[in-house]
Each structure stands twice: as structure tokens, then as C-alpha cells.
Design a protein around this ligand. Structure first.
Ligand code: ACO
Length: 440
């Protein structure tokens, strides 16, 4: 009997099957051979929300949720955050290695020359209402880029892929900044090529009339570190959306818009906004115990806590806490950090959270930092989408180049009615146009 194999006996037939094990994984298709009747479809695996199903092999990011480890291309996240800037990390994710000096110069140059957007994109963005959520503006504008670069649909062409990667990483900050300025009714600010990626973004957000916005190097560095922490996270919900849409060979602007849409959800990237709303609702350290009681009673979720993969402290949350202290040295202390720390203290010593292995995730502290830095709450998820674009694109490249991948199309277990027949139905009459009927 082969050692690296699983032996399965189907008690319905008494038949035994041998299924190979590779990387501690069995291939779901190997179960298709298991059937009672030769005409049957065969056995499938059932895994709602993919809680125990690997949908790809990947060489980009690894998360060991039990040990609290996160690595990009083999490098520990803390080491990268300490020693690299965001664009170097983006290069690492896309290319697999950190850039040489020359490669970095070329990478920065290619991104820089693609930072601008067409004037009609600005006009298009002006169509949004003053109170449009910036994630909605970002998603729609990224999707609209597809119409400006029709060549991007040639996803099998490596040169096209390279161009799209430069365009998306280059343009994300300007789209985000214009979404913000539009809401504020402020004129748009063009990118400044001599500034760093993060300083340029901050300048496009906050430059006032002709005066360049001079950011503190501490805040510029803090945002850069936050960008590194958010750059990739293996098969998250948004990454799965990127891969799934990308697998249909939709152009990468559309796939990125789909990924950003998934990110906007409050259970994913949108959690940072929700955490701040929660801390505001709690109001003071004194109300924390009462709030935790409500969470345990199932009245609400503790936002910024829990993770599908981390069943230990999220290493990014640890780095976030340090960044928060550095930021507060410049901006003054955001009092919400004390509520957050009290929440963490009470939750981590409480049976409910201990037994469920619920720890603070990356979003628990990010909102408090962003608020101290002067970002509006509505911009928080946008601040996640900008750096995650590099991760999405690295994963998209992988899905396009992986010969094992096909169009992503899960199976289902149908539990609806069997065949039934229509009774004779009479169409409802349509009210003539112009007739106003009051609702309710
Ligand atoms: N507060 C209270 N209870 C929680 C929380 C929470 N934040 N998260 C999970 N639980 C409980 C669940 O109620 C469940 O309890 P039960 O076994 O008694 O039913 C148990 O812990 C397991 O939770 P699941 O929902 O099965 O965990 P899942 O892996 O599906 O969800 C998720 C992960 C969505 C992140 C969840 O923990 C959550 O909603 N957290 C709050 C939102 C959040 O912070 N999201 C950001 C994640 S990080 C990111 O995407 C960048």
C-alpha cells in the first residue's frame, strides 16, 4: 500500500479507493471515481466558503495562522517592514526577488511615467455625487480604465501584463486622491515625480493651492510601513475575486475592480472603518467591559478581531501598535487607542475569545493610526486597496501563468425542487405610463 496516499472505503459499495497525498493535500478530482452507479456523476467535496480547500499552488505569500507567521516570497513581514520601502516590496511580490539598485531605478521610473490619468477620467469622476463613498469611486474608476487601455485584454502577452502592472500600481494613488478631493470639492493635484510613492499620495490629498504639502518623514514612513503590511495576504476574499475574475481572462482592470469590490465589505477590508465606528460608539475605556458583554451575547461583533486563518496574534497587528506610538509622537495621542488597548486586554483574557482563538487582526489598530494622521474614515479601505493592488497583480500573474488553472467555476449541491410544470398563468396588467401610485 503506498505510504503517501489515503485509503477510502465507500461503505455503500464496500469498494476501496487509493488517493495520492501531495503537500498534505488530496486532489478533489480523485474522489470523482467514487460512485455507487456507473451512471452517477461521482463524489464531490463540499466546502462552503472554502474553509478547507486549497484552490491553487502559490509561491507568493505564506500565512501560518497557528504560529502567527506572515512571509512574502519567504521574507518575514517584520523584516520587510523594518528594512524596505513599499515599492521594493511591491517589486518583490511581482517579480519574486527584491530589486537590484538598477532594477529599482527602472521600476520606479516605469511607475512614475504612468502615474497620471487622462483628463476625461477626471471628468468621469466629477459625475459622482459629493457624498459618494471613495471605495465606490475607486472601484468604478479602476473598471473604467479598462476602456482607456483596450490592449490590456491581451492577458497572454507578457509585455501587456507588464504595462498593466505599471499602470495599476502607478495610478491607484491618484485615483484614490481624486476620489477624496472630489468629495471635498477641491481642485485635483497632479503627481509630483520627485516625491516618494507615499509622500506623493499625501501631497495629492492635502496640497493646498500652490503650496506643496510637506509631510513629516515619520508620517511618510508610517504610511509606507502600513502599505507594506497590507500588500498581500495569500488567498483572502479579494484575492480570490481577483483570481476568479482573472481566470475568465477578463482584463486586469476589471479583475482589480472586482477584487476592490470584495475588499470594500465590512468583513474584509471595510473592517477598518467599522473598527473606528465601534470605538467611537464605545466612547470611553469605562464602557469596554459592557461592550464585550454585548459581543458575547451575540448583539454585535468585535470588529478588527478574528480571522479565518490567524488563530494566533496577527503579526501585522503587533507592528501596527509600534507604528501607532511613532505616529502619536508627531500627531499627539489619539484617545481611541486607549479604548482599543483596553478592548484587546479584556478580550484576550476572556474565555469567549480564548476558546475561539480570536485575536486582533491587522485592521484593529490601522483606523486609529489613519485617523491620527488626518485621513477621513471613508478613506480607510482605500488606503488598503492602494497597496493590496501589488498583491492582487502578483496573484493574477500567477493564475494566468499556471498551466493547472482553468476558468474558476465551483460545483454546487443542488437542493431545490425537482422538475415541475407551469400552471396556466395570467400576465399582470401594466399601469399606463404617467400614472403615479403612492407607495405604502
Ligand atoms: N467578534 C465576536 N465573535 C466572533 C468574531 C468577532 N469579531 N469573529 C468570530 N467570532 C466567533 C463567531 O461568532 C463564531 O462563534 P461560534 O463558534 O460560537 O459560532 C467563531 O468565532 C468562529 O467565527 P467564524 O465566523 O466562523 O469565523 P470566520 O473565519 O468565518 O470569520 C472573520 C472570520 C470574518 C474575519 C470574523 O472573525 C469577523 O467577522 N471578524 C470581524 C470583522 C473583521 O475584523 N474583519 C477583518 C478581517 S482581516 C481582513 O480581512 C483584512
Amino acid at each position: 500500500m503506498p505510504e503517501n496516499a489515503l485509503t477510502v472505503t465507500d461503505n455503500r459499495t464496500g469498494k476501496t479507493y487509493t488517493v495520492p497525498i501531495t503537500n498534505n493535500t488530496v486532489h478533489a478530482m480523485d474522489f470523482r471515481q467514487i460512485r455507487v452507479d456507473p451512471d452517477e456523476f461521482g463524489m464531490m467535496t463540499y466546502d462552503p466558503a472554502f474553509t478547507n480547500t486549497a484552490s491553487c499552488q502559490s509561491q507568493i505569500t505564506v500565512v501560518d495562522g497557528d504560529k502567527g507567521i506572515l512571509r512574502y516570497r519567504g521574507y518575514d513581514i517584520a523584516e520587510l517592514a523594518e528594512n524596505c520601502n513599499y515599492l521594493q516590496v511591491a517589486y518583490l511580490l511581482i517579480h519574486g526577488e527584491l530589486p537590484s539598485h538598477q532594477e529599482e531605478k527602472e521600476w520606479n521610473h516605469q511607475l512614475c511615467i504612468r502615474m497620471g490619468i487622462f483628463e476625461n477620467i477626471k471628468k468621469f469622476m466629477e459625475g459622482f455625487r459629493y457624498d459618494a463613498h471613495p471605495m465606490g469611486i475607486l472601484v468604478s474608476t479602476v473598471a473604467a480604465l479598462s476602456t482607456f487601455y483596450p490592449d490590456s485584454k491581451n492577458v497572454r502577452d507578457p509585455e501587456t501584463r507588464k504595462n498593466v502592472i505599471y499602470r495599476l500600481i502607478g495610478k491607484m494613488p491618484i485615483i484614490a486622491a481624486y476620489a477624496y478631493r472630489h468629495r471635498k470639492g477641491l481642485p485635483y493635484v497632479y503627481p509630483e515625480p520627485e516625491l516618494s510613492y507615499t509622500a506623493n499620495f499625501m501631497n495629492m490629498l492635502w496640497q493646498s493651492s500652490e503650496l506643496k504639502y510637506l509631510t513629516s518623514p515619520v508620517l511618510e514612513h508610517a504610511l509606507d510601513v502600513l502599505f507594506i503590511l497590507h500588500a498581500d495576504h495569500e488567498q483572502s476574499c479579494s484575492t480570490h475575486a481577483m483570481r476568479s475574475v482573472g481566470s475568465a481572462e477578463a482584463d486586469p482592470f476589471l479583475a482589480t475592480a472586482a477584487a476592490a469590490s470584495a475588499l470594500a465589505g465590512p468583513l474584509h477590508g471595510g473592517a477598518n472603518e467599522e473598527v473606528l465606528a465601534m470605538l467611537t460608539r464605545i466612547g470611553s475605556k469605562d464602557n469596554v467591559a459592557e461592550y464585550v458583554k454585548g459581543v458575547k451575547e451575540g448583539k454585535y461583533r468585535l470588529m478588527g478581531f478574528g480571522h479565518r486563518v490567524y488563530k494566533n496574534y496577527d503579526p501585522r497587528a503587533r507592528i501596527m501598535k509600534r507604528v501607532a506610538e511613532e505616529v502619536f509622537q508627531v500627531t499627539g495621542r489619539n484617545p481611541k487607542i486607549d479604548i482599543a488597548m483596553e478592548l484587546e486586554k479584556i478580550a484576550l483574557s476572556d474565555e469567549y475569545f480564548i476558546t475561539r482563538k480570536l485575536y486582533p487582526n491587522v485592521e484593529f489598530y490601522s483606523g486609529v493610526i489613519y485617523e491620527a494622521m488626518g485621513f477621513d474614515t471613508e478613506m480607510f479601505t482605500v488606503l488598503f486597496a492602494i497597496p493590496r493592488t501589488a498583491g492582487w497583480l502578483a496573484q493574477w500573474q500567477e493564475v494566468i501563468s499556471d498551466s493547472e488553472q482553468k476558468i474558476c467555476r465551483p460545483r454546487q449541491v443542488y437542493t431545490g425542487p425537482g422538475l415541475r410544470h407551469l400552471k396556466k398563468i395570467r400576465a399582470a396588467s401594466v399601469e399606463p405610463a404617467g400614472v403615479y401610485r403612492k407607495a405604502g
